[in-house]
Design a protein around this ligand. Structure first.
Ligand SMILES: [Zn+2]
Length: 175
């Protein structure tokens, strides 16, 4: 019967008798033991690694607008994504982040469902972006009408603050 354990023990005893200076862990048995410990440590490290692996953030979908078709779609941005993203309508990278315009043409009452607008700056077009529905100017992080529950009324046409804000955001936000 060839038991690997007995073999290891035999070689260990042979070895320790040959080199008397070595301690209990210096022979082959010691090597096996340290390999075992390494293995255990490895399993721990493995487990720790997997436990520490960041869970993918469940980012909420954003509304994108297809520059070619003008249609909107929901998109879940991944960390490595840059705009434009692939539009489901063209299967090409024609999807841009849409801005919401909650204004109505002839009323200050906010819309329940916004008009989604493609910003000129996103597609490299010069000039301000006007909402195709109400004709108001639409900017990045477009402000909402007063009734829509976010702050007081802001008129993008006369507000210098808005311009400064969108300018700084353009530089920090560029792809
Ligand atoms: Zn509008």
């Amino acid at each position: 019967m060839t038991d690997p354990d007995t073999q290891a023990n035999q070689t260990a005893s042979n070895d320790s008798s040959a080199s008397k200076s070595g301690g209990a862990l210096s022979g082959p048995f010691g090597i096996i033991l340290s390999l075992l410990l390494l293995g255990v440590a490895g399993v721990f490290a493995y487990n720790t690694f997997y436990a520490a692996e960041p869970v993918k953030l469940d980012t909420p979908p954003i509304v994108c607008i297809c520059a070619e078709t003008g249609k909107t779609f929901e998109y879940k941005p991944q960390q490595s994504d840059t705009f434009p993203v692939t539009s489901p309508y063209t299967n090409k990278e024609t999807g841009y982040r849409a801005e919401a315009c909650y204004w109505q043409k002839d009323s200050d009452e906010p819309l329940e469902k916004p008009t989604w607008v493609l910003l000129n700056e996103d597609i490299g077009k010069a000039g301000v972006t006007e909402c195709p529905d109400c004709g108001r100017i639409v900017v990045r992080h477009n402000p909402m009408p007063p009734g829509a529950g976010r702050g007081e009324r802001r008129n993008p046409e006369s507000s210098a603050n808005d311009d400064a804000e969108s300018a700084t955001e353009t530089t920090s936000d560029r792809d």
